[in-house]
Design a protein around this ligand. Sequence first.
Ligand code: PMP
Length: 313
Amino acid sequence: MTTGPTQGGSILDHIGNTPLLRLTRVGGMGDGVPDGVEVHAKAEHLNPSGSVKDRAALGMTLEGLRSGAMAPGKMILDATSGNTGIAYAMIGAALGYPVTICLPSNASPERKRILRIHGCEVIDTDPLSGTDGAQKEARRLVAQSPDRYFYPDQYNNPANWRAHFDHTGVEIWEQTGGRVTHFIAGLGTSGTFIGTARRLKEYDARIRCISMQPDMPLHGLEGMKHMASAVVPGIYDASVADEEVVVGSHEAQDMARRLAREEGLLVGVSAGANVYAAVRLARTLPPGSVVVTILCDTGSRYLSEQFWTGDVR
Ligand code: PMP
């Protein structure tokens, strides 16, 4: 991650430093948000591979190279719901390292194609066991050939949340001029929420940090974990959240459609869930409140999904 736009350099120099967007149509007075309450969204879908996971994948790869866990001749291997895999695939291609990704077989066809186009090996895992099954398969492969792979293990690697502590949280603080009062974001590995919230609380312990989860186990919110029914990531720390909220998939899908039509933002369903939760919170807040959330990934990764038209769910 660099300190600003550069001439030349590699695509990896353009990870991070994403814009913070003020939402006006969605999250304005028409949505019941009081005058003087602002809703902002961090445009993580504008990272080079199209998601917030560029930050974590780069952070974990650089930490692996620093510690010696990753070295030329090794292959990057991890389990993901898609976005981290695409980020590794981009990073591996840019640095000249091969990448293998364990991915539930029901991940969207767009994701698998992008991975393969980057030259990545894709291992399909049991769709019913989600990313928990993908992790199991990754661990099995690493146990078989430990010297062959660099296994960042994003669910248990502190370099995941550290990328957001060192960058995302700092950027949000600076982009709001220290005015942020609430941070709300969904949990996948939990790296985005934990790292950003820890940093914001370091700046000002009064900033309320709210974690969001899908409202049920089989939810269709790709990338998000329903903690009560999933294997809880090792990096997750429930004590970081001042409050926990849930969002349903229909609300998230409706909001993703609204963001495309009313804000010009083609983003995925977890971004829809984040903005839905941010607007619902903003309605309850006093003037002067500044709510920040995350646009996790690009909507172009979900073009084959039926919900965009609004009439098929
Ligand atoms: N949204 C999407 C679409 C994702 O792929 C992820 C990562 N699994 C997240 C949100 C959550 O990010 P994190 O892993 O940092 O909690």
